[in-house]
Design a protein around this ligand. Structure first.
Ligand SMILES: [Zn+2]
Ligand SMILES: [Zn+2]
Length: 101
C-alpha cells in the first residue's frame, strides 16, 4: 500500500508501457482511481470523438500559477462550457515497430 504525501495534484509521469509523457493523479476518495491522461489538450472535435469510446473518459485539466495541475472529472454536473483545458485518458498508440509517422 502506497500513500502519496499529497493527495491532490497531477504529477508528470511516463506511461510504463509506451513511455509517453502522461499526467497521473489519484481521483476519488472512496473508489480511488489512478487516472493516466495525455497532457495535450483536446480540441472540441477531438473530445467529441473520444467520448464515443465508452472506455475513455475526458477530464478537465485545472491549472493555475500557484497550484499543481489537477484533473477533474467532467461529470454531467460539470459545466459543459467551462474554460478548462480538456484532456483524455491516455491510450498507448498501437505498436508499429517498423512504421514511423
Ligand atoms: Zn472544467
Ligand atoms: Zn502508453
Amino acid at each position: 500500500m502506497t500513500r502519496e504525501p499529497r493527495g491532490t495534484g497531477a504529477a508528470d509521469s511516463r506511461c510504463p508501457s509506451c513511455g509517453a509523457p502522461v499526467l497521473r493523479q489519484l481521483v476519488g476518495r472512496i473508489a480511488a482511481l489512478t487516472v493516466t491522461a495525455d497532457p495535450t489538450p483536446l480540441t472540441p472535435e477531438q473530445e467529441t470523438q473520444v467520448r464515443t469510446d465508452p472506455n475513455r473518459l475526458t477530464w478537465c485539466l485545472i491549472t493555475g500559477r500557484w497550484r499543481p495541475p489537477e484533473l477533474r472529472w467532467r461529470h454531467p454536473a460539470h459545466s459543459p462550457h467551462c474554460t478548462h483545458h480538456v484532456v483524455a485518458c491516455h491510450r498507448c498508440p498501437p505498436a508499429a515497430p517498423t512504421t514511423l509517422f
